[in-house]
Design a protein around this ligand. Structure first.
Ligand code: GAL
Length: 361
């Protein structure tokens, strides 16, 4: 499994000093005078199980291993709460603040306030457009989308689909990652639409990645398409499961390939049962480790050279972008082997048979 490589990549990119991809030192001076304390604001607990089952777990693991003080809170998709938590963390003496923004506007306001108080800042997983974060730590999110597009295409070929109608359930319009995921899967699927190999079906963005809304949206898509949807590009496992619930109502589950992302327990179970075509595994342990390494260095007033940047307008943001991995029935066992989920969590009674078929014993 790529874990070892990812770990080396994450640590290897973080070399002290260096002149290129270093965060500006505005938040560093004050930090070195104080005891390192890291604040983390997670976005919600409904758009994806990852934030509470993986990110919180692996961030705590990294901070405890480093012996630093930390405060991890979840804004529960409430923008006012997000800003209140940030104020409380800054008042509470954090020396570095990591955020997963709910949108770029409120994210920018929080980042700018932290910077004005000499608090170092990191965009975790989602880039705050027009923001001022000193670093951005995520995955190569356009590659996530490419893997989704390629995965759907492979499943459609395996089904022998002719001129398949492909529907899109895009992520939240306020999430820059959703824009990047779409750019990735469009790069694979748009040429097929243009060549009239595939037919572009209904496309909708799902506000705040809300899974309940996604089910309603997909039901409307299926009606609009007169029941003729042959493949669904769903931008994460929560949206994929919403589409699968509607396909089940119409006895189409397993016949219509559906994509996902996050390698959630639910997503892996749907894949094992044959209702979901694929997901994308993002080793959150590596993302959390890379971000906490940076946050700890910043909290101590050190600068790190990440070796790469991403463009945000005219700003070059020092970044760490980790490698995502496509997961199908045959590779579900790799996610378990990487310690992201346990066999017991995935292979519950209803899935024992499917696990055995997939070589998970
Ligand atoms: C994205 C994140 C994904 C996805 C989504 C839902 O920003 O990168 O893992 O699940 O949020 O929260």
């Amino acid at each position: 499994m790529r874990k070892g490589i990812l770990t080396i990549a994450a640590v290897g990119l973080l070399t002290t000093g260096g002149l290129t991809a270093c965060g500006d030192d505005s938040g560093d001076k004050a930090a070195s005078a104080k005891t390192p304390k890291i604040g983390v604001i997670l976005p919600d607990s409904k758009s994806s199980a990852r934030w509470e089952t993986a990110d919180r777990r692996f961030l705590e693991e990294a901070f405890k291993a480093a012996g630093v003080k930390y405060d991890i809170q979840n804004a529960q998709n409430d923008k006012t709460a997000f800003q209140t938590i940030a104020d409380q963390m800054i008042t509470g003496g954090v020396t570095a603040l990591m955020i997963v923004n709910l949108d770029s506007g409120t994210g920018k306001a929080v980042l700018d306030k932290a910077k004005s108080q000499g608090v170092a800042t990191i965009d975790y997983d989602r880039l705050t457009l027009g923001g001022s974060a000193q670093y951005y730590v995520s995955f190569d999110n356009e590659t996530v989308g490419k893997l989704q597009g390629e995965g759907l295409s492979k499943c459609l070929t395996e089904k022998g689909a002719k001129n398949p109608v492909v529907a899109y359930l895009n992520g939240s319009p306020t999430d820059n990652n959703a824009t990047l995921f779409k750019a990735g899967y469009d790069s694979v699927l748009k040429p097929k639409f243009d060549a009239k190999e595939y037919v572009k079906g209904p496309e909708d963005a799902v506000p705040a990645w809300d899974n309940a809304q996604a089910a309603t949206i997909f039901e409307q898509q299926l009606t609009k398409a007169n029941g003729k949807i042959d493949g669904v590009l769903a931008a994460n496992d929560g949206l994929g499961n919403a589409a699968i619930s509607i396909l089940k109502k119409n006895k189409l589950n397993g016949k219509v390939p559906v994509t996902g992302q996050d390698a959630s327990t639910e997503g892996l179970q749907n894949i094992l049962a044959g209702d979901q075509c694929m997901t994308v595994y993002k080793a959150v342990r590596e993302e959390a480790k890379a971000a906490s390494d940076l946050a700890i260095a910043l909290a101590k007033g050190e600068k790190k050279d990440t070796g790469q940047t991403v463009k945000d307008g005219d700003r070059d943001v020092p970044s760490v972008l980790l490698t995502p991995k496509a997961i199908t029935k045959e590779s579900v066992k790799d996610v378990i082997a990487d310690g992201y989920v346990t066999k017991e969590e995935v292979c519950t009674a209803a899935y024992t048979k499917f696990c055995a078929e997939a070589g998970i014993s």
